[in-house]
Design a protein around this ligand. Structure first.
Ligand code: ADP
Ligand code: ASP
Ligand code: MG
Length: 814
């Protein structure tokens, strides 16, 4: 015999039931037992209707009407008209009984567990009956069998325990006698020896199928559901999850125990000793191979086979100085919980025996606190033990695998991965079987934790970075263009998957949890919501993705002040905005420390020399023990462009205009022309070389007239340049007569920094600096006479964007 079980989604509507029929027709076995769930969503609806009725809310009638409709319309669609009447009258009479039961609950204003089971059993009873009639109408040699006549349980309503001896006898007798080929049976339902309807627990149809498979020594148990097998993590939460082709009974059991809903935890028990294999298959993709669960079936020998989680967990801790002295505390603690039927999902006990801590379902927490406090009443009153401590809204996340016990370092990797992503761990447990390591974390961190762990254990090669980009002017838009262009290469060659989750300019902002399509981000952004910097931050925080990076392409002071918020949430910051690193020293230092503390890189390579690897080189020099003695540099691409193009055939005004047009200046050109921009850059280099310096300490020999410097609009500024043209020509003439070129030079040495326009004679390293190039000479202990020179294009949107990109890649390798 083969046993096939179809879940709620697989039988949710006539179209799906047709798929089920095709699958059953293709089984090719002499005997097939088909166990079905209620039509998708009906169990929840029944429970909801019952609770409305018990609360004497007349809305239960609407809810009941919806249940009726679902079943009646399914019959009308599936069964030919001439065969409908008998089926409709049987189903309507069942629905009438259901209505009477609900009326009873409504009138009394209460629902007992016994009545609840009776009501909820109609979901499976109706679905299996309708499907069996459909199969018959389609010509299958099929018959309906009520599982309540086969499976015997105790009267623990809601989650009854099976009497396997009686159940097996009844199954054997029935299947021996009945010669049909296909049997359709309701999952989930059973009955007590007194004949009352019981249920096997939510998700229990899997269990029904396993009980029948075990009783009949089936060749195989097939669980048909809405995913293509057991995955390395819940595929609804982890996009990168992969189907596990082979898995052992124990591993599958452990995964389901820790929340892999695809298999109801008790399912494996009855078939474990009989060694009946289970296959988990997808009703919607029957061609997919699915997951094969069998004895010692370790597949490719990977240590960690899956990651799962249980939500809605609370931690209960019992602690106090008197605990060591009192014998049997743990025994009493667990007994107290078990008397109340509170199941303990996880246990940890500190080796000091000062405290015991257990994880239980949030639903049980109030009851648990009351009974434990009562049970330890005397010890609490005498101060030996503290009243029980509760923490709610937690979740357990577990790594599962048979081979984990023989491998060191897995828990280290697990905890460091969680730590890096700012997931706080509240408690840890390692099952005695060493088949799992579990950690208790905050509920809101579950998705991030699952994805980070999945990346660490199953996608060792691919790392996902989630970017939030603020500012999409010249630099920002080039940057997005570069990511789009390089995405495939990065995935293939660097194993980096870069997704842009949020974009904002000063007007609008847009988010897409699956990554914004970079082919038309402009349209998405234009149609986005109104921009708001603090809401942007709140959104980034609430999305709570792992490996998040905030990219600041603005020149805004306000944005630069938000970095600590991001860093404190382990969100890295990459910026071409120089304001943060050149503001007061304490702020700069703070940002560096936050980055260290929260494991979130803070990178700003483009603050000096656009895309040139100046800061990175400096970092490596310092890290390898070198010391910077002196820095000489031309650091303003804009000023270099201006003085390279300015001569007696042009005007200073026109050249500056052109520089602005070509994107070589800051939005406000006085920031470049006043030398402030260069002061910021040399300040940053001095700081990165290990010096405590502030901008006020830098000497600036301005060449612009005071009036130009003090203008308060771009327009007024450009007008003043026209006015002072003769002065500018004079500066040019003096330099050309001395056979020199004008360069705006920044210098640092002996703790002091200085910037200003200088006449550079022929032969000097700076003399031949072209276009908007930058050059930096580092004189260090290791490069005392011949400096380490970095030279190249130091301004422009394209190179700045590529510098930001390089920082992002550095984070990818972090
Ligand atoms: P059915 O109604 O067919 O019994 P369930 O909803 O009970 O289906 O179980 C299937 C669901 O289990 C999937 O849709 C998926 O969301 C969830 N699930 C959780 N963890 C896993 C996992 N590790 N592998 C596959 N599915 C999982
Ligand atoms: N219908 C029941 C539930 O939703 C049992 C099952 O589908 O397995 O829990
Ligand atoms: Mg299920």
């Amino acid at each position: 015999m083969k046993v096939l079980k179809f879940g709620g989604t697989s039988v949710a509507n006539p179209e799906n039931i047709n798929r089920v029929k095709v699958i059953v027709q293709n089984v090719g076995s002499k005997k097939v037992a088909v166990v079905v769930s209620a039509f998708g969503g009906i169990t929840d609806l029944l429970l909801n209707t019952a609770s409305l009725a018990a609360n004497q809310n007349l809305k239960y009638k609407e809810s009941l009407a919806e249940i009726e409709n679902r079943h009646i319309s399914t019959i009308k669609e599936l069964i030919p008209v001439q065969k409908q009447s008998g089926i409709l009258s049987k189903v309507k009479s069942d629905l009438n009984v259901l209505e009477t039961l609900l009326e009873g609950a409504f009138l009394i204003g209460e629902i007992t567990p016994k009545l609840s089971d009776k009501i909820v059993s109609y979901g499976e009873l109706l679905s299996s009956f309708i499907i069996s009639e459909f199969f018959k109408a389609e010509g299958l040699d099929a018959t309906f069998k009520d599982s309540r006549e086969l499976i015997v349980t105790d009267e623990n309503y809601g989650k009854a325990a099976v009497d396997f001896k009686k159940t097996n006898q009844q199954c054997n007798a029935f299947f021996e006698a009945d010669k049909h080929q296909t049997f359709i049976l309701p999952g989930f339902v059973a009955s007590s020896s007194a004949g009352n309807s019981t249920t096997l627990g939510r998700g229990g149809s899997d269990y029904t199928a396993a009980i029948i498979a075990a009783a009949e020594n089936a060749d195989i148990l097939e669980i048909w559901t809405d995913v293509s097998g057991m995955y390395t993590a819940n595929p609804k939460l982890v996009k990168q999850a992969k189907c596990v082709a082979n898995i052992s009974y124990e591993e599958a059991m452990e995964l389901s125990h820790f929340g892999a809903k695809v298999l109801y935890p008790p399912t494996i028990q009855p078939i474990l000793n009989k060694e009946i294999p289970i296959v988990v298959k997808n009703t919607f993709h029957p061609e997919d191979p699915g997951t094969y669960i069998a004895k010692n079936n370790h597949g490719n020998g990977k240590t960690v086979r899956g990651i799962s989680h249980v939500g809605n967990i609370s931690l209960l801790s019992l602690e106090g100085p008197g605990m060591i002295g009192i014998p049997g505390i743990s025994k009493r603690f667990f007994e107290t919980l078990s008397f109340e039927d509170i199941s303990v999902v996880l246990i940890t006990q500190a080796s000091s025996e000062h405290s015991i801590c257990v994880g239980i379902s949030d639903d049980d927490v109030e009851k648990a606190v009351a009974v434990v406090n009562e049970s330890f009443n005397y010890e609490v009153a005498s101060g030996k033990i503290k009243p029980v401590i509760v923490e709610k809204e937690l979740a357990i996340i577990a790594l599962v695998g048979d081979n984990m016990k023989s491998h060191q370092g897995l828990s280290g990797k697990m905890f460091s991965t969680l730590g890096k992503n700012n997931v706080n761990i509240r408690a840890i447990a390692q099952g005695a079987s060493e088949r799992n390591i579990s950690a208790v974390i905050k509920k809101e961190d579950v998705k991030k934790a699952l994805n980070s762990l999945h990346e660490a254990f199953f996608e060792e090669n691919i790392k996902q970075l989630n970017l939030y980009v603020m500012g999409v002017g010249n630099v920002g838009s080039k940057f997005l263009g570069q990511i789009q262009q390089q995405n495939a290469y990065l995935k293939e060659e660097l194993k980096l998957n870069i997704r842009v989750i949020g974009i904002s300019n000063s007007r609008t902002m847009v988010f897409d949890e699956n990554g914004i399509n970079l082919n038309n981000w402009q349209t998405a952004l234009a149609n986005g919501e109104k921009a708001d910097k603090s809401q942007f931050y709140e959104k980034v925080k609430s999305l709570n993705f792992r490996n998040s990076v905030f990219v600041d392409n603005t020149a805004s002071e306000e944005v630069s002040q938000s970095y600590p918020d991001y860093l404190k949430n382990s969100i890295s910051v990459v910026t071409c905005n120089k304001i943060a690193c050149s503001s007061n020293y304490d702020y700069y230092k703070d940002l560096k420390q936050l980055a260290k503390k929260y494991n979130a890189p803070f990178l700003f390579e483009t603050n000096v020399g656009a895309g040139l690897p100046i800061i990175d080189t400096l970092k490596h020099l310092i890290a390898s023990g070198d010391k910077v003695k002196k820095i000489q540099a031309v650091l303003s691409g804009s000023l270099n462009f201006v003085f390279n193009n300015f001569d007696d055939s042009t005007t200073f005004h026109d050249v500056v205009k052109q520089a602005q047009k070509e994107g070589y200046t800051e939005p406000d050109p006085t920031i470049d022309l006043s030398g402030i921009d260069v002061m910021r850059k040399i300040l940053i280099l001095a700081r990165e070389s290990g010096n405590q310096l502030d901008i006020e300490q830098i000497e600036n020999e301005a060449f612009l007239p005071k009036e130009s410097l003090e203008t308060n609009s771009n327009e007024a500024f450009f007008e003043s340049l026209v006015k002072y043209e003769t002065d500018f020509q004079k500066i040019y003439k003096e330099a050309s007569e001395a056979d020199s070129k004008l360069k705006y030079v920044a210098q640092f040495g002996d703790g002091k920094a200085k910037v200003g326009l200088q006449k550079i004679p022929k032969g000097h390293d700076f003399y031949n600096l072209e276009g908007s190039d930058n050059i930096v000479l580092f004189f260090t202990e290791r490069y005392p006479n011949q400096p380490l020179i970095i030279k190249g294009a130091g301004a422009g949107a394209e190179v700045t964007a590529s510098g930001i990109f390089a920082d992002i890649i550095r984070i990818g390798n972090f």
